[in-house]
Design a protein around this ligand. Sequence first.
Ligand code: NI
Length: 157
Amino acid sequence: MLTASERDALVATILHLPAQLHALVDRLDLEQLNTAYISNEWTIAQNIHHLADTQMTLFIRIKLLLLEDYPTLKPFDQDTWVTTVDSVGPIETSLTILQGLQERAATLVNSLDLASFERTGWHPENGETTLEQVVRYYARHGELHLEQIGQVLAAAK
Ligand code: NI
């Protein structure tokens, strides 16, 4: 079972993401944000819009797992989601979403008793999924894209 200190670490990681993102991208101009410096990889702007899409989806999965009995966790196609018009505009929209969302997710996760993390649902591609797995991925997914944005920035130099 998840421990209280593991829960605390996940909450800290979740809370920390918006400031880490701002530190990476605040000084970049539109061209830097929208240039694919690594071929076949997303631009920094696409990474940020994708982060907002995915964190919203994962947040809803956390709520479903917490509040419903064995919910189905609907998959989504991340590659088509970054192609719609809302995902190619200024990144401030998605940074604002992430600022509020990470805070709400941290508040929610921090409030959960440890037994709640064993609640389960069904993901059509991944199979049986626990709340702990979704929360761990919620925290880790932010870190993965901080790393990916860092790699794009390194390639831009
Ligand atoms: Ni991702």
